[in-house]
Design a binder for this molecule. Structure first.
Ligand code: SF4
Ligand code: MSK
Length: 644
């Protein structure tokens, strides 16, 4: 018995989320295996993999670099192997974000006045069309949408030219990209180039392989993700500040609980629409429920909360635990970050674990394929399935943990700028000016802005690095903007409430929060929406007539885990923003790779990676580096803004 208690305590020590601790204990009681149990078996992980020195790029391998075997069978050394593995991670991440964007673009091609998908932001569409040289005068908005969709799809495979979005960057940044060959051409081409160059017998020079990886990641940030975010905003609406709640207590005992998990708003937006239909609400009553509660996990959750205030059930590490509550009628998933284990966990309860994408079928799940062409009907079928499952719920197995937090989310670029602009400097007419943000930064009231983004990683206690870094930063007057699961962590802990600014933020930041009615941590969206951070930084740099690397800003991924996160970090560095990681990427086996990524790139790009696995130290590194940049930044402000 004592042994069992120790086991539960050991698992509970792997998260700081109190709801998760309750459900870890319940999972053990219910005989359910979760990630926390599996982690016990992974205390010693493969040293070759951790350092990135294992190669299986051909059938002669796997080859593993050690003192005894310093080269693979083909002669590739640790520098080649590490760089190739790193590049393939960037290609995987770029493929995931960009294939999501491709589907969004195909959906834009299906929009129509009376169809499932419509245009909610015609002005944004027209502005984008004009910037792409598409004639808009006198044209039906849906004709414009279809032309923009066609041009968007060309970004994936156009034979000539580079990303259409690069021209928005500061001139100095564009010159750097041109000089070093970092301008991404077609998205698919960049991914293919990485796969080709890292094939056996191709590139074997560490730094040049990393350069190819950088160009590929640029196709993620400055092409695929920009398309994903902008097209989603045009079709589903640009987020605006909205109140929400976060953590597993958002599940409701007497309601049909539907959790949406994954990444594609094309599916989740339709589920929202279907669940709101009177016929569905009536069906829920018929089966004995009071109503229907939708909530989200991972980036689908982020997309939905940003646009509709739909509650955030939890983050990446809580997906299995959500099912363990026994109160979930259906977990509907599409693509990315979905544990295959959810199918197994669901078998212990009445929960239907429903996969919907041919790209992500999972053994043991209920597969209900979703098609954009028949979106509304498909969504209704899926929601009906969830509602009818309410009668199978075993009340004796239900445990919804007690905690949730309120928060305000929905800070798109326009919302951030608009909020500051409205209040700080209301005499400025152009809604688009970033001057109030620049003024707040230059005055030093806000010391800097840090994007704290990314996943949860089982190498750290869930949420610990995120929460520690964010709290340190806001305590010292650094405004934090969050995406992905980092945003869920902040929301769950009350950091997205203006009312809590006084408690957690330094005096300067708390004053700004009070004045302009924002929380100290801003939710800017899903992992694809990191492009919003690029856009705001770009707008500020353009306004100040400087480069992005001159700004007092940084990126941080305290608990990154996915290939997408590696691609994100790489394009953020390429944009000129120093990026701080709380978990070491698998590159430590190559001194050349480490020196280039964490040093050499600084000379070329004005930014590089920094790694520190202790979160208070990590936050300190960020703050010290930003403070060191401030005198030059303030000089630029005096010269280029005050004297304008
Ligand atoms: Fe080994 Fe070279 Fe083949 Fe890699 S590519 S598995 S190092 S022989
Ligand atoms: S969902 S990529 S765990 S942020 Fe985008 Fe969260 Fe990371 Fe997936």
């Amino acid at each position: 018995m004592a042994k069992e208690v120790n086991l539960v305590e050991q698992m509970q020590s792997m998260t700081i989320d109190l709801n998760s601790k309750v459900l870890i204990e319940k999972a053990e009681r219910d005989g359910v295996e979760t990630m926390y149990k599996r982690k016990l078996g992974y205390n010693v992980q493969c040293g070759f993999g951790l350092k990135g020195v294992c190669c299986r790029n051909c059938g002669m391998g796997p080859c593993r670099i050690s003192a005894k075997t310093p080269r693979g069978l083909c002669g590739a050394d640790e520098h080649t192997i590490v760089a190739r593995n790193y590049a393939r991670m960037c290609a995987g991440g770029t493929a995931a974000h960009s294939d999501h964007a491709r589907d969004i673009t195909h959906t834009m091609a299906l929009t129509s006045k009376d169809g499932g998908y419509t245009i909610k932001e015609p002005e944004q569409l027209i502005a984008l069309a004009k910037s792409w040289g598409i004639e808009t005068e006198g044209k039906d908005i849906y004709d414009i949408a279809h032309e923009v969709a066609y041009e968007g799809l060309m970004e994936f495979g156009k034979p000539f030219g580079v990303s259409r979005f690069l021209v928005n960057a500061p001139k100095k940044r564009q010159e750097i990209w041109k000089k070093y060959g970092y301008e991404p051409r077609a998205i698919d081409r960049e991914i293919a180039t990485v796969m080709h160059s890292t094939h056996i017998g191709c590139a074997a020079d560490c730094e040049s392989i990393i350069d190819i990886a950088i160009r590929c990641s640029m196709a993620d940030g400055w092409q695929g993700s920009m398309i994903g975010t902008q097209f989603s905003d045009i079709m589903f609406g640009s987020p605006k500040p909205v109140r929400t709640e976060a953590n597993l207590n958002v599940l409701e005992e007497n309601n049909v609980n539907i959790i949406l998990h994954g990444h594609e708003p094309t599916l989740s937006e339709m589920i929202v629409l279907a669940a709101d239909l009177p016929e569905m609400k009536a069906l829920a009553k018929e089966v004995g429920a009071d109503g229907i509660t939708l909530s989200g996990i991972c980036c689908t959750g982020n997309e939905l909360t940003m646009r509709h205030g739909i509650k955030i059930a939890g983050d990446f590490h809580q997906q299995e635990l959500a099912i363990v509550t026994g109160a979930v009628e259906a977990m509907i998933v599409d693509v990315q970050c979905i544990f295959p284990a959810c199918a197994e966990v669901a078998k212990h309860y009445h929960t239907k674990f429903i996969t919907t994408s041919p790209k992500a079928q999972i053994t043991g799940a209920t597969y209900m394929e979703f098609h954009e062409e028949t979106a509304v009907e498909d969504a209704k079928t899926i929601v009906r399935e969830a509602i009818l499952n309410f009668k199978n719920r075993d009340k004796s197995k239900v445990l919804i943990p007690d905690l949730k937090s309120e928060g305000v989310v929905g800070f798109s670029e326009a919302a951030i700028v608009g909020q500051l602009n409205n209040v700080v400097n209301s005499q400025i007419d152009e809604m688009n000016t970033v001057k109030p943000l620049v003024d707040a930064l230059a005055s030093g009231v806000i010391r800097g802005v840090v994007g704290v983004v990314g996943c949860n990683n089982a190498k750290t206690p869930s949420n610990y690095n995120h929460l520690t870094v964010i709290k340190e930063l806001i305590k010292n007057d650094f405004l934090v903007v969050c995406t992905g699961c980092g945003a869920s962590v902040a929301a769950k802990n009350g950091l997205m409430l203006k009312e809590n600014a006084k408690k957690y933020a330094g005096k300067g930041l708390a004053t700004v929060c009070e004045l302009v009615d924002i929380p100290p941590v801003l939710h800017v969206g899903s992992c694809v929406d990191n492009s919003r951070i690029l856009n705001v930084c770009t707008a500020v740099a353009n306004f100040m007539d400087c480069d992005v690397c001159d700004l007092p800003v940084a990126g941080c991924a305290p608990e990154w885990m996915s290939e997408k996160a590696i691609a994100i970090g790489t394009y953020v560095v390429a944009t000129g923003i120093d990026t701080y990681l709380g978990v070491m990427p698998p590159v430590g086996g190559s001194s050349r790779a480490v020196n280039y990524l964490c040093g050499g790139l600084k000379e070329k790009l004005g930014a590089c990676f920094h790694v520190c696995e202790e979160p208070i130290q990590l936050a300190k590194m960020i703050m010290d580096d930003i403070e060191a940049k401030r005198p030059a930044f303030e000089e630029i402000y005096q010269k280029n803004v005050m004297n304008k």
